[in-house]
Ligand binder design. Sequence first.
Ligand code: SAM
Ligand code: DTB
Ligand code: SF4
Length: 351
Amino acid sequence: MTDLTIRHNWSFNEVNDLFNQPLNDLLFMAQSTHRQNFNPNEVQVSTLLSIKTGACKEDCKYCPQSAHYNTGLQKERLIEVQKVIDEAKEAQAAGATRFCMGAAWSNPKDRDLPIIHEMINEVKNMGLETCMTLGMLTKDQAAGLKDAGLDYYNHNLDTSPEYYGEIITTRTYQDRLDTLEHVRDAGMKVCAGGIVGLGEGQKDRIGLLMQLANLPAHPESVPINMLVKVEGTPLENIDDLESFEFIRTIAVARIIMPKSYVRLSAGRTSMNEQMQSMCFFAGANSIFYGEKLLTTDNPETNTDMMLFKKLGITPEKRQDFSDEAQQSALLHAIESHQDSKLFYDATQPRV
Ligand code: SAM
Ligand code: DTB
Ligand code: SF4
């Protein structure tokens, strides 16, 4: 029986042993842990929107939005609140239950916060969960976001402390840990994960997972991003990460953070259905849903709905769900794919 104790004292050797056991043993352990904590056939769906795009002063080597690299990206200032409302409505109609707003900032300026608070308020009033990712936060800024009604704050550790300096030089690992502390202390739910495929070693993937699990509280949401290689960034030609290494990363995250939502995050457009389904089997139970991430492509919503159908997965309802209209929109989005010619019926030959 898998040990379900929530632990914050994982050692490198313990996580290394989990990571490197035979794949079938690892997947069995991860799936068993998953079933003890979640409905294995439900996946939480969040939609992302970039509310301020490009011209970021940080030098994150993976990022198309850094001003340090020329990626040909169309920059955009902080968008209007009405645009956020329109996009959130569309996401809700398509079945999303959480709306995540991301800004290409190192940290938000206090003068931008009234508009940010208004965005949170409007999206929350629609019955969607709210999430933001705006860079580093002070204690007061975190408290202000919480007061405005923000449910989740996303801030990633990205990689291990040892590899971090190869990827970002303009802010430290400790800066990131401090922001996570401010978010947690303000009483918001923490969304913190990282990216793999940055040219790091397996020891760095283990180091990242150890850091996340050994935080004072496990993040409620753990996004695992596969690097999206963008032309113009220093990592555009980096070697692909081996698929099984990615699946193992998800499985270990599931085992050592048994009650956290593990998000199969960026990078799904380069994964086939079988790869994604192995990630769900390994314990991933959240995705970004909608045709765009922040600036790069994500699978089409139809494609995702069809994949869910084939796998017998349903989008998770909000736990505190109270809005019948939202629920029926979600069911409608799934049902409409049942009539589609492309809908896979296991009793019929594939078309
Ligand atoms: N600027 C804020 C920050 O960095 O904290 C928020 C937005 S930033 C784009 C959010 C996260 O997206 C990063 O921490 C990184 O993990 C992920 N990300 C950025 N570019 C990516 C890429 N090319 N592939 C995969 N993940 C990426
Ligand atoms: C996270 O961990 N991944 C999302 C979200 N948090 C903000 C962002 C992925 C960005 C991928 C590159 C882009 O679209 O610009
Ligand atoms: Fe800026 Fe965030 Fe991109 Fe880093 S990841 S360059 S902080 S937008």
